[in-house]
Structure formats: structure tokens, C-alpha cells
Design a protein around this ligand. Structure first.
Ligand code: PLP
Length: 367
């Protein structure tokens, strides 16, 4: 980079790297069939239609019908919901509104979703780490001793990439610890796969609770970038101060609204039921492969596993144009890979490839 531009760039930005998605790293050569089981997307799209009649006008900042539809779906009041450009923007808004650069900190419990730390870093907000304990439960004592120096605690349930849910008791303990001190954000991006675990009912008793949701996973709409943040109305009003003027594009609002219709929700439920079954089958088959250890739980749409040869497995799959996610750099997840559940056919393809690798590896040993 030129020196003057380097000097102009904010100090905390200079050392950052752009987000490296597998899509950026492995673009397809022409005519090649690629299989993407790396980003916890739905294997099939949900049908949608677009009406362009009002595209000459700016959309509402927060389309009323969309907010109402999501609030009804989530069982909360309209003034407890804000629509964002994916749940990722919700994370960013919370950090921008509630943390001061070069002064405040967020708390995360790794291994967990990467965007909490990434968002904090882009705003020069500190990241305090209180790692998960055995069986990926929260370290309540650790959180308690760190909480005086943090403004926001990020929890993820079901957690990406461990697939574990946080015990209700533990969530309550964190909410109590943070009372009058810090916000507790519970990221429920995968809640539709285990709806009974939602904590939205606790909003009435805990004004410091924030819940993140998205249409990217169970609703099969990662491409439209639409998420929701649910919280008490004072928190929502604060977030409305920092959000962009027109954050929900009109076509996004239309498609999102269709997905939240009775029909849309019914389809979402049958899709998640089917994926839950597929995931059980995939996990079962995977666990029977030699050297494979399933890690965490399968409460979302992915399975995490450990194998001594994880790096070679990953490399082999990439050479076959099969993309899963390498999690081995994450805390306590050495040699771990994550597979997003796909269609029966897609799951079989990746399973066959892994067993093929293991067989060839055995042969190599014998020679
Ligand atoms: C995928 C994911 C998100 C982001 O969802 P978007 O709405 O697509 O931005 C947030 N949190 C977790 C835990 C996720 O896995």
C-alpha cells in the first residue's frame, strides 16, 4: 500500500484482513461441479416473487408489515423488533451503539461464531475471551469475574460450530450476573432447528437481553441478507439511531414477508424437520468411519468432527470440488472439520469421498 494511504488508514484497520470465505478462495473453473457444504446454507431455495412497481421509491426504514410479521412469528411485540442486513448487521449495530472504541470490551465464549470478534475489531473495541468448558458449557465463574469490564456478552445457542445449546439455567445465571451492567446477546441463528430452546420468553424479565435471528439458515434465504434483532423497546430505539436510513431493500422486504406467511413458515418447518433427519443419518454414518470422533452436538444444520488427518481430508475434498469448513484453528477444535447438512445425495457424496480417502490412506500405510 502507498505510504500516505497507509498513514491515513485507521491504525486498528491496517492489520486486518478481509473476511476470507471459501467462495472467495476457491472460485470454480468453467464447467466444474462444486458442492458447497461449508456455510450452513439450505441446500434448496425457497420460492419467491418480486413486484417492481415501487422500486423507484426509497423503502421504509423498517417496513411495518415485515416487522409485524416477524414479531408475530417470534411471539413478541412489534416495538421489540428491528430488521437488519442479516444477523451480522445486528451484531455490528449492537457493538457500535453500546461500546466505545479504544475503551470498552465485548465478551465472547470460544469456540464460537467469528463475527462478534471481527466486528469488535473493526470498531477498535476490545474482545475478552472466556472459553467454553468441558462439553462446551459456559464458564460462569469466568464470566462473573470478567463482567465488570465488558459492555456486551455474546452467547450463541445453538452454538456455531459446536452445535451445542446453552442450558436454560446457565443463560439465567449470565443474565443475573449482567443485570444493570451489560447486555446479554443470545444469537439464535439456528433456533428453528431446536425451537424449544428459544429464550425470547425471558425478554419480559430481563431488559438487558437481546436475541439475534436470521432468515439465512432455516428459512433458506442467505442470499437476501435479512435478519432481526429482538429486545426491549429502549434497546431497539437505540439501535434505530445507528442503523442506515434505508437498511432493508424493497425486494428483500418482499421476499422476507413471503417467507413469514403461514405457507412460508409451514414450508420452513417441514424443511427443518427433513434436514434434522438428514443430519442424524449423516452423523451416524460419519461416526462409523475409522478415526472419526463427533464433537459437540447436532442441534443445528451441521456436524462437527475430529480426525487426526483432518488437514489431508480437507485437501482431498477440495481436490474433488467438495467444500466443507476447516475449524481446526479455533480454540480447542484442533483437527476439527464442520459439514453443513445437504440433500441425501450431497451428504452421500461427501461421505463417500471421506471414506475413499480413508481407504486409500490405509492402503498407503500397508505399502
Ligand atoms: C450464519 C450466522 C449468522 C449470520 O447470519 P446472517 O443473517 O446471514 O448475517 C449469525 N450468527 C451465527 C451463529 C451464524 O452461524
Amino acid at each position: 500500500m502507498s505510504n500516505w494511504l497507509d498513514d491515513l488508514t485507521n491504525e486498528h484497520i491496517r492489520t486486518l484482513q478481509p473476511y476470507q470465505s471459501a467462495r472467495r478462495l476457491f472460485s470454480a473453473s468453467e464447467g466444474e461441479q462444486q458442492l458447497w457444504l461449508n456455510a450452513n446454507e439450505s441446500p434448496k431455495a425457497a420460492p419467491a416473487s418480486i413486484d417492481y412497481e415501487l422500486f423507484n421509491r426509497y423503502p421504509d426504514c423498517q417496513p411495518k408489515d415485515l416487522i409485524h410479521a416477524y414479531a408475530s412469528y417470534a411471539g413478541v411485540k412489534d416495538d421489540q423488533v428491528i430488521a437488519t442486513r442479516g444477523a451480522d448487521e445486528g451484531i455490528e449495530l449492537i457493538i457500535r451503539a453500546f461500546c466505545q472504541p479504544n475503551k470498552d470490551n465485548i465478551l465472547i465464549c470460544p469456540p464460537t461464531y467469528g463475527m462478534y470478534a471481527i466486528s469488535a475489531e473493526t470498531f477498535a473495541v476490545g474482545v475478552t475471551k472466556v472459553p467454553l468448558k468441558d462439553y462446551f458449557s459456559l464458564d460462569i465463574e469466568g464470566i462473573k469475574s470478567a463482567v465488570d469490564d465488558v459492555n456486551v456478552v455474546f452467547l450463541c445457542s445453538p452454538n456455531n460450530p459446536t452445535g451445542t445449546c446453552i442450558d436454560r439455567e446457565q443463560t439465567l445465571e449470565v443474565l443475573e450476573i449482567c443485570k444493570n451492567k451489560a447486555l446479554v446477546v443470545v444469537d439464535e441463528a439456528y433456533i428453528e432447528f431446536r425451537p424449544e430452546h428459544t429464550v425470547t420468553a425471558l425478554l419480559a424479565s430481563y431488559p438487558n437481553l437481546v436475541v439475534l435471528r436470521t432468515l439465512s439458515k432455516a428459512f433458506a434465504l442467505a442470499g437476501i441478507r435479512c435478519g432481526f434483532t429482538i429486545a426491549g423497546s429502549p434497546i431497539i430505539e437505540t439501535l434505530l439511531k445507528v442503523i442506515a436510513p434505508y437498511p432493508v431493500p424493497a425486494p428483500v422486504a418482499q421476499v422476507a414477508l413471503q417467507s413469514l406467511s403461514d405457507d412460508g413458515v409451514t414450508h420452513m418447518r417441514s424443511r427443518t424437520a427433513q434436514l434434522n433427519t438428514e443430519l442424524d443419518t449423516l452423523t451416524d454414518a460419519l461416526s462409523r468411519l475409522e478415526g472419526v470422533e463427533i464433537i459437540g452436538k447436532t442441534n443445528a444444520n451441521f456436524v462437527l468432527f475430529r480426525h487426526d488427518k483432518s488437514a489431508q481430508i480437507m485437501q482431498y475434498l477440495v481436490s474433488k470440488n467438495l467444500f466443507i469448513r476447516d475449524m481446526s484453528k479455533q480454540l480447542r477444535l484442533d483437527n476439527c472439520l464442520r459439514i453443513t447438512v445437504g440433500t441425501t445425495q450431497q451428504n452421500n457424496k461427501v461421505l463417500e469421498a471421506i471414506s475413499m480417502f480413508l481407504e486409500q490412506d490405509d492402503l498407503r500405510k500397508e505399502i
